[in-house]
Design a protein around this ligand. Structure first.
Ligand code: FAD
Length: 679
């Protein structure tokens, strides 16, 4: 027998769903960051194809901001259906459903994007195209490959994989032979136990084997994650399932229900609840509570009882007296509501990480699963990539667990509350303690909208975020209650004083976006558009009123330190590389654009010179009126002083890491020395 071939790789991603693809795309975008050798990345998936219909469809504001930082939000924005209003329907005193309220779908003013819906297959397509473009073809999803063993060594993680045959890798489908003979998503539903377990296939298969020696492994292999199980019992999901079973159908409806093109939450008096999600291409998704199907003593529902006919007749009952029918069904599935989370998102060696459904599952109705899953690996990938490239200190890897597990925990709690309110019977009156109060439901919806946008995420203190408060522990269990390394010390009073320099840029939260103008060409930009997810940290200098002589002196003093040979900027930049290749300095000033001159008023380091390409005209911006797009009023919106300004450090994922005065250079230097490895 010939020896199994072995390959070395920097990062191995297991699973090419939204979480795995986000990891791959983010790593592809790090290519221009200088390092001694290019980052090698592989991504494998057991299935032979990507998803073509169904599954997740909601994209939240934060996910769109992230897509924009990677260069493909415009594709999603154009193709998707835009969610503008939510209508609530509840039974009136005679038990007939009536529209009782309307609220905006996305809280007004929260982001430059609003929630949209488009099926997961298209979103996966955008990812694949972007990975191809930015990795120049070097990263390709390798399909029909499954891992069979994982061993964490001193230097590398040894993962044995096996190629599957076409048949073994195909997606199992239930065919009914009726007009509902469309694609179903049951094979990925949590109603499926181990019956589609592919492990035997992989173990006993005849396909070729390979050993992949990876420096880092990212497990993005979904709710029944093989990688999670390979890490042992510590990583088991904890939580509970409920008795509520929901069906999902993507159909083109034929109906007299007036709000079919609005997002609707409908509570019927006695027949359960329904959620309407209007979609692209005339489709509408219905989430339907199935009162006829309940779990058995083992806690699982009988999947064979669930058919599209059963799901649809439940919808028809809830919508009465309105009529609904359809000729075309694109996809359907069913799931049991439950909220489960793994205690750990990373192995203590910080060589193996888990992201997405692999570590948290919940009901899909709040449209969070795909969003939070992608945001997990967006948080992780740049950290892994920059450590692998030798740019960042490995200690930053610990912040993945501390930052993302907290978000998942919040999500589980939110979903727990929200899905129970949704699945409960509406209260008949205030004395009806068993029923759900519709006022409480609306309130939860309004609060939920902020959470659901993804914009309330607020990372705690760590080596990457300088703020006061409890950094938390790295896990729930006493045997792993290690503390985070390299947390910056700052008292609450000190921190509050710094934060007050720009209240609209909360440390630990993502940089909000307002329009500013390019000083050199007067073009308006949403400032976030300048914060690309290319692995670079940024220092944003709010230079204030640069035409005031005293302020100009302060800016000059700050820039002298920035430019000095022992400053973090030069120390982090490799010999011969451009000065903005690891940390980019961007400036926003508040003087009048037409009275200010880029070359006269701003120190060179703010618009660096290159002997081949001249001055850099894309680094200095002004908070001033534009000709065509109004006034962004950025200083006011960020809460920065128009005279004195301030300095902000921004992480590669657009989260604020540090804030201070122009005189606080030493603290800024400390911040970066804790993160970046000097050359
Ligand atoms: P997955 O999408 O499950 O991807 C895992 C990948 O890993 C798959 O490609 C799989 O083939 C592969 N894999 C699995 N095991 C192995 C293995 N051993 N080896 C190799 N590869 C493996 N989320 C939202 O945000 N918004 C919504 O509106 C929404 N609606 C939903 C509606 C429904 C009906 C359902 C079922 C889910 C919905 N979700 C929604 C949730 C969303 O689909 C998931 O949260 C999301 O897909 C998770 O992404 P992931 O990459 O972590 O996992």
């Amino acid at each position: 027998e010939s020896a199994t071939p072995e390959t070395d790789v920097d990062v191995l991603i297991i699973g090419a769903g939204p979480a795995g693809l986000m990891a791959a795309v983010s790593l592809a975008h790090l290519a221009p960051i200088p390092s001694s050798s290019p980052l090698s990345v592989r991504i494998i998936d057991k299935r032979s194809t990507k998803i073509f219909s169904g599954q997740a469809d909601g994209l939240q504001c934060r996910s769109l901001e992230i897509f924009d930082s990677l260069g493909f939000a415009d594709r999603a924005w154009k193709e998707a259906n835009h969610m503008i209003e939510i209508c609530m329907w509840n039974p009136d005193s005679s038990g007939i459903i009536k529209r009782s309220d309307r609220i905006p779908d996305t809280i007004v003013g929260l982001s430059r994007f609003q929630q949209i819906v488009l099926h997961q297959g298209r979103i996966e397509r955008f990812f694949l195209d972007n990975i191809q473009k930015y990795s120049r073809g070097a990263i390709k999803v390798e399909r029909g490959i499954m891992p069979t063993s994982l061993e964490i060594g001193q230097e590398r993680v040894k993962v044995k994989v096996r190629k599957l045959t076409e048949e073994e890798a195909a997606v199992p489908q239930v065919r009914t032979g009726s007009k509902n003979d469309s694609t179903d998503g049951l094979f990925r539903s949590n109603l499926v136990g181990d019956d589609y377990e592919d492990q035997n296939i992989a173990r006993n298969g005849t396909g070729e084997e390979e050993v992949i020696n990876a420096r880092f492994v990212i497990g993005c292999d979904g709710a029944r994650s093989w990688t999670r199980r390979a890490l042992g019992h510590d990583f088991e999901l904890q939580g509970e399932a409920t008795d509520f079973i929901w069906g999902v159908m993507d159909i083109i409806p034929i109906t007299d229900f007036p709000d079919i093109r609005m997002r609707c939450a409908i509570h019927s008096a006695n027949d359960g609840s329904l959620m309407v999600i209007p979609r692209e291409n005339r489709l509408v998704r219905l989430y339907i509570q199935l009162k006829e199907v309940t779990p058995d003593a083992s806690g699982r529902a009988d999947r064979s009882k669930i058919t599209p006919e059963l799901i649809f007749s439940a919808a028809q009952k809830i919508l009465k007296p309105f009529k609904i029918d359809y000729e075309y069904c694109d996809w359907w599935t069913a799931y049991q509501i439950g909220q489960r989370i793994s205690p750990f998102f990373s192995h203590p060696s910080n060589k193996v990480f888990l992201a997405g459904d692999a570590v948290h599952t919940h009901s899909p109705k709040a449209g969070q699963g795909m969003n939070v899953s992608m945001q997990d690996s967006f948080n992780l990938a740049w950290k892994v990539g920059l450590v692998a490239k030798g740019v960042c200190h490995p200690r930053i890897l610990e912040t993945y667990q501390s930052e993302r597990r907290r978000v998942a925990q919040d999500l589980i709690e939110f979903d727990h509350k929200f899905s129970r309110l949704f699945s409960g019977r509406p209260a008949k009156d205030v004395m009806d303690a068993e029923g759900v109060s519709m006022a409480e439901f609306k309130d939860a919806f309004l609060k939920g909208n902020l959470f659901a946008s993804g914009l309330s995420v607020d990372y705690g203190p760590s080596s990457l975020v300088v703020k006061s408060g409890d950094p938390g522990e790295l896990g729930d269990r006493s045997d792993r209650s290690r503390k985070l390394e390299g947390v910056h010390k700052i008292t609450e009073d000190e921190f509050n004083a710094k934060q007050s320099l720009a209240k609209g840029l909360p440390v630990g939260m993502r940089v909000n976006s307002f329009k500013v103008l390019n000083q050199a060409c007067a073009r308006p930009w949403h400032f976030q558009e300048r914060l690309k997810a290319d692995g670079r940290f940024r220092v944003v200098l709010f230079a204030g009123n640069i035409l005031d002589q005293k302020q100009k002196q302060r800016v000059r003093a700050f820039c002298d330190k920035l430019n000095s040979s022992d400053g973090f900027l030069r120390k982090a930049t490799p010999e011969g590389a451009k000065i903005d290749s690891v940390v980019e300095v961007l400036t926003i000033h508040s003087a009048k654009r037409t009275e200010t001159e880029l070359l006269r008023d701003f120190p060179d380091i703010l618009h660096p010179f290159d002997s081949h390409t001249g001055w850099d005209y894309n680094k200095v911006f002004v908070d001033d009126e534009s000709y065509h797009e109004g006034f962004g009023d950025a200083y006011n919106n960020y809460g920065a002083d128009r005279e004195r300004g301030c300095v902000v450090a921004v992480r590669p994922d657009q989260y604020v890491g540090w804030i201070g005065e122009l005189e606080d250079f030493e603290q800024l230097q400390n911040y970066f020395e804790g993160i970046l490895i000097s050359k």
